[in-house]
Design a protein around this ligand. Structure first.
Ligand SMILES: Nc1ncnc2c1ncn2[C@@H]1O[C@H](COP(=O)(O)OP(=O)(O)O)[C@@H](O)[C@H]1O
Ligand SMILES: [Mg+2]
Length: 256
């Protein structure tokens, strides 16, 4: 995964590196009168493990959606692997996996765990093409990885929040992503399952060399593993090592 970095100049004289997985350049996002993000600059190299923290409504989810090209910034741009996100070919787009902010899945949602995970393979293959044995193999492999293989035939709505979240991580993994983005993967979960899921994410970063961006409220747990902490409050108020001297003070001022 370690590639030689070649410098490439893009608009506004900002330097993006070829090895940059994601390059957020002067991004401002508004919803009507609400400014959700203000002049965000963020360069993420391949293989980094980044934790994003910020109070409610600080723009965390908006940042993810903008990186994914689901929201257009009013100013600035996002590049993924050096290309504007809007121009990214399907092959590159498939390298990004997104686990959205969790909602408890309705009890009677008519899908089994294995079907939900297989959904991750649709759109990965040619549209409308039937699933092949490789797809089923991948589903089984990733369900085993997250420890949910035994539950594969259970309706997803019957599982606990933590088990559902593991299944949604498996759904993200069946695409063999290079970049994994998780929006509060452990919100509303108890400590034990929060630790299990955080460990799984760290394992994915370490063993599969994924570039990981995770938004997390449990800062203590998050900070143990990540390489880099980004604190967001519409603007970036901190971006650096998770345990630098000034971090506690910045976190205190941002959250209280
Ligand atoms: N679809 C939307 N329409 C209008 N305002 C929105 C929308 N989504 C988010 N916002 C507003 O943008 C701000 C940032 O929201 P969000 O990115 O969800 O923050 P976070 O994920 O940090 O809680 C909030 O003030 C929120 O109310
Ligand atoms: Mg959010």
């Amino acid at each position: 995964m370690k590639r030689t970095k070649k410098v490439r100049i893009i608009k506004e004289e900002k330097v993006c590196l070829m090895g940059d997985a994601i390059c957020v350049n002067g991004v401002t996002v508004t919803y009507g009168d609400v400014v959700a993000l203000w002049q965000i600059n963020l360069d993420i190299s391949e293989g980094e493990y980044i934790g994003i923290a910020g109070p409610n409504a600080s723009g965390k989810t908006t940042l993810f959606k903008t990186i994914l090209g689901l929201i257009d910034p009013v100013e600035g741009q996002v590049r993924v692997y050096g290309k504007p996100i809007g121009n990214l070919r399907k092959k590159l787009l498939n390298k990004i996996a997104y686990v959205p902010q969790a909602h408890q899945i309705e009890q009677f949602f008519p899908a089994k765990v294995k079907d939900v995970v297989l959904m991750g393979r649709y759109g990965f293959n040619f549209l409308g093409s039937p699933l092949r044995s490789k797809d089923y193999q991948k589903m089984e492999e990733e369900l085993k990885f997250v420890g949910m293989y035994k539950q594969r035939n259970r309706p997803i709505g019957h599982l606990s929040g933590g088990q559902q979240q593991k299944a949604l991580i498996a759904r993200a993994l069946v695409r063999d992503p290079e970049i994994l983005m998780l929006d509060e993967p452990t919100s509303n979960l108890d400590f034990k399952i929060t630790k299990e899921i955080t460990d799984l994410i760290t394992q994915l970063h370490d063993e599969r060399e994924l570039t990981v961006l995770t938004i997390n409220h449990n800062l203590d747990l998050l900070r143990e593993d990540i390489d880099r902490l980004v604190v967001l409050n519409k603007t970036i108020v901190y971006d650096g090592p998770p345990y630098a001297e000034k971090v506690d003070e910045i976190l205190y001022q941002t959250f209280f």
